[in-house]
Design a protein around this ligand. Structure first.
Ligand SMILES: Cc1cc2nc3c(=O)[nH]c(=O)nc-3n(C[C@H](O)[C@H](O)[C@H](O)COP(=O)(O)OP(=O)(O)OC[C@H]3O[C@@H](n4cnc5c(N)ncnc54)[C@H](O)[C@@H]3O)c2cc1C
Length: 470
């Protein structure tokens, strides 16, 4: 429960209509996509919808004074409980700060507010011939603020990298209410080494160090053309070897995606007209660039794949391209189809292992599926070694929930044993906090000291990312 006096002060800042107090309204903010948020009932005491940096600054100042937790939130599509107010307090809804503030395309940059949805940004950039390359599957929902906080990426990160590579500067409200601009107070430069890389510190900080209220980001010209190679493999190992061979052949596709047998089955059940053949794995290689380069790369990739399988096709016809990408596009939503009355849950869903270990990891995940008698649909960005395992369970069955928690734990531990990470792009939040001591070693201690310095009263997104240990 918030003190009435504090509530009154917040209402004076944003207006009573932007302070959601009804239980039904607050309940909508109790979840992200994680299983953990689904099985708990972490409803914030108050939701505050903000529109300006000044409002954010005043609210953080007040929260700091009254020692009330504040949890920033974009669209709530995260998968690790990052935007969930598990200790109550205030959820700060930034989705209303959704404007593009300036286009400076001659300098390859734009300035946006954090609530703008990723797909909306790219829609606005497209007529100018530019795009913001990181491409999460949640593009039509997730906000740029959430992407910055999680350093999100997607299918094209093998070539274009992650969000952090495109963030030139940020306006950040610190937990004390101070407002800073990183990357140069007035800079429009595309690079700078003046001072510590504070931009880099805030990107990926999961809303624990400051609230991002403005983002200066780099954009790139849209490639002239895209092409796609699809290959079906009878052995998982062969698919991994093909990827390694393609890198050795000095080729860098803009995406390399894998779907194993389970994922192909799920996609086929969801969209039978995809007509996917029987195979252990399907690889999709996207290439982009000039028309000549696209043809050259696609033919080379197809040639290399033929060392491992004869079932290879390549195309640069936009219609066929769409058809072939469709299987990968539907798999996330299709996963739940593999078991009647069950749902796909997000736990152990984002491991990243060395590329050469991907086939072994896929095999192990299939074994775990048998061990726990839980269907798992697995797909992901094999070009980075990032695998999305989707367990499918009945979320009303407590026994299944307990089983899937153990399953998720085994997947995370497998990734660490393979010299990988528990999270390639979805973040730590609450769900992966328990692995941070093992994964980060002494650097976690440095992170905790930074957190203490910037947020001495621990009001901003407390308890996330294992930042509270000794
Ligand atoms: C179907 C689906 C597909 C997905 N595919 C991908 C994918 O391909 N790649 C990928 O990386 N992720 C993916 N995700 C995960 C998720 O969409 C991304 O992490 C996304 O960037 C989160 O954005 P959001 O606006 O929903 O953030 P939220 O979930 O609202 O918040 C995420 C984190 O950011 C913090 N935060 C939000 N806004 C701010 C701000 N302005 N200042 C400071 N902190 C802030 C929150 O406190 C929280 O810790 C997927 C999710 C779904 C549901």
């Amino acid at each position: 429960m918030l003190a009435q006096e504090l509530l009154k002060k917040i209402q004076d800042v944003v207006g009573p209509e932007n302070c959601l107090r009804d239980e039904a309204d607050r309940f909508c903010y109790a979840f992200d996509s994680s299983l953990l948020s689904q099985i708990n009932n972490w409803v914030p005491d108050l939701v505050v919808r903000v529109k300006t940096t000044e409002q954010v600054a005043t609210i953080l100042k007040l929260a700091n004074e009254y020692r009330v937790p504040v949890v920033p939130r974009g669209a709530g599509t995260g998968q690790c409980c990052g935007s969930v107010a598990w200790r109550g307090g205030i959820t700060l809804d930034l989705s209303g700060m959704n404007q593009i503030l300036s286009f400076d395309l001659e300098n390859l940059q734009v300035v946006v507010q954090p609530g703008i949805v990723h797909a909306e940004l790219n829609k606005a950039l497209a007529p100018h011939g530019f795009f913001f390359p990181p491409d999460p599957g949640s593009t039509k929902m997730c906000t740029l603020g959430g992407m910055v906080a999680f350093n999100s990426s997607g299918q094209r990160s093998v070539k274009y990298g992650t969000t952090k590579q495109y963030i030139l500067g940020l306006e950040v409200v610190l937990p004390t209410g101070e407002v800073i601009t990183t990357g140069g107070a007035k800079s429009r430069a595309l690079k700078s080494v003046a001072g510590y890389d504070l931009t880099g510190l805030f990107v990926g900080s999961e809303g624990t160090l400051g609230v991002v209220t403005r983002i200066r980001l780099k954009v790139l010209p849209i490639p002239e053309k895209r092409g796609l190679v699809v290959a079906f493999f009878d052995e998982l190992e062969a698919s991994g070897k093909a990827v390694v061979q393609i890198f050795r052949g000095r080729l860098l596709p803009s995406a390399i995606e894998i779907m194993d047998r389970t994922a192909m089955k799920a996609a086929g059940m969801y969209k039978p007209d995809l007509n996917l053949p029987d195979a252990e794995a399907m690889l999709l290689f996207e290439v982009d660039g000039s028309p000549v380069d696209v043809t050259y790369q696609a033919q080379k990739i197809a040639e290399i794949c033929r060392q491992f399988t004869q079932r290879v096709e390549w195309t640069d016809d936009p219609k066929r391209l769409g058809e072939l990408w469709a299987a990968r596009g539907v798999v996330g939503a299709a996963a739940g189809r593999v078991k009647e009355g069950a749902t796909r849950v997000y736990i152990g869903e984002d491991i990243c292992v060395p590329v050469v270990m991907v086939p072994q990891a896929l095999k192990k995940i299939q074994e775990l599926s048998v061990k726990y008698n839980i269907p798992i649909v697995t797909y992901g960005h094999i070009g980075d070694g990032n695998l999305h395992a989707a367990p499918v369970i009945n979320t009303y069955d407590q026994e299944e929930i307990e089983k899937v928690k153990k399953l998720g734990d085994e997947i995370h531990r497998m990734a660490l044993a393979m010299e990988g990470t528990t999270t390639g792009e979805h973040g730590v939040g609450l769900t992966r906090a328990q692995y941070m001591e093992e994964e980060l070693g002494l650097s976690l201690d440095v992170m905790r000291r930074i957190k203490k310095l910037l947020d001495p009263n621990n009001i901003l997104n407390p308890g996330k990312m294992a930042l509270e240990g000794e």
